[in-house]
Write a protein that binds this ligand. Structure first.
Ligand code: PLP
Length: 310
């Protein structure tokens, strides 16, 4: 890990006193500082930490039109011992690197990206340590973002980019954790193509595709969409912002990574833990009908199955 620090321009006045840590919600509040780096003339340059602030972009920037943008997300937690820990950021750096490759973003090599991202995160956390929430279930969400910044209406990879890392004190993503998360099985729309699409990249297009189905699910009283494969709408893929596991007949099962679903760090961690505990999960295709059948077989569950909702 490089110990050299990135140059810092600190805020004149912190916004921290305006934050109500009892009402954080998810992702609406940004800490005082962000990391910024640029790509110009074939080089990644000017890594620095500066006040979180608006960035200037021409309206003709192709990213705004054609979506050449990738992001990732991970969390720093304050433990009961007071120490701050970042959950497996090396995995996120690797995924961000993979996303860049898919979106034709000329990223540095994977090890260098990981070093820069983790070092920048540590420095941001140190600088904005009072923004790290203390209540159980809260954390500091870290959001790296890479966007094309070249003004051109041609459909091609940009030749200039900005790499930003911002942080946001957050409560739980779901507000009703005690009750679990209700899912609506999506049988008309598709999140990502089954073969050769963008599903494995954390890129804007996948989330744009999910907005209308997500909105309709909310209207019908569900928290999230459960996506099926894009070919037949038959096999389970994942949920809007997380991977999914089922426990059927005593076995834990999860869909395999096949390029259409996001390779989650939590997914990887769950698989690793189950393996360590001597109860390895099965990674295999799961037809939605298998899930429905298993659900119907559970005692007392029949009456809770409205249509294809689970
Ligand atoms: C980010 C994301 C996940 C979960 O990733 P983790 O690394 O486990 O947090 C799963 N699915 C989608 C669509 C995502 O965007």
């Amino acid at each position: 890990m490089p110990s050299s620090n990135f140059p810092v321009t600190a805020v004149q006045q912190s916004r921290l006193s305006r934050v109500d840590f009892d009402q954080l919600g998810f992702g609406a509040i940004f800490s005082d500082h962000m990391f910024s780096m640029s790509y110009q003339n074939g080089e990644w340059i000017n890594p620095e930490i500066q006040p979180y602030q608006p960035i200037a972009l021409e309206p003709g920037v192709s990213m705004l039109h054609y979506g050449q943008t990738v992001f990732d997300g991970y969390k720093a937690f304050r433990g009961v011992d007071g120490e701050v820990r970042i959950f497996r950021p090396d995995m996120n750096a690797k995924r961000l690197h993979d996303s860049c490759r898919r979106l034709c973003i000329p990223i540095m090599d994977a090890a260098e990206l990981s070093d820069i991202m983790i070092q920048a995160t540590r420095q941001l956390i140190e600088l904005d340590q009072d923004w790290i929430p203390r209540q159980l279930g809260q954390s500091l969400y870290v959001r790296p973002l890479i966007i094309g910044t070249e003004a051109t209406l041609e459909v091609r990879a940009a030749n200039s980019y900005r790499f930003l890392i911002m942080t946001s004190p957050v409560g739980s993503y779901f507000t009703n954790l005690g009750k679990g998360v209700s899912l609506r099985v999506e049988d008309r729309f598709t999140r990502a193509a089954s073969i050769g699409g963008l599903g494995a990249a954390k890129t804007a297009a996948n989330y744009a595709a999910s907005l209308l189905p997500g909105f309709e699910s909310k209207q019908q009283g569900f928290d999230q969409v459960l996506w099926l494969d894009g070919n037949e709408h038959r096999y389970v893929e994942e949920v809007g912002a997380m991977n999914i596991f089922f426990k059927i007949g005593g076995k834990v099962i999860t869909p395999p990574l096949g390029g259409s679903i996001l390779p989650g760090v939590v997914r990887n961690s769950v698989l690793t833990l189950l393996e360590d505990w001597g109860q390895p999960a099965e990674e295999r295709r799961i037809a939605i009908d298998e899930v429905v059948q298993a659900f119907r077989a559970l005692p007392g569950c029949q009456h809770r199955l409205p249509g294809r909702g689970l």
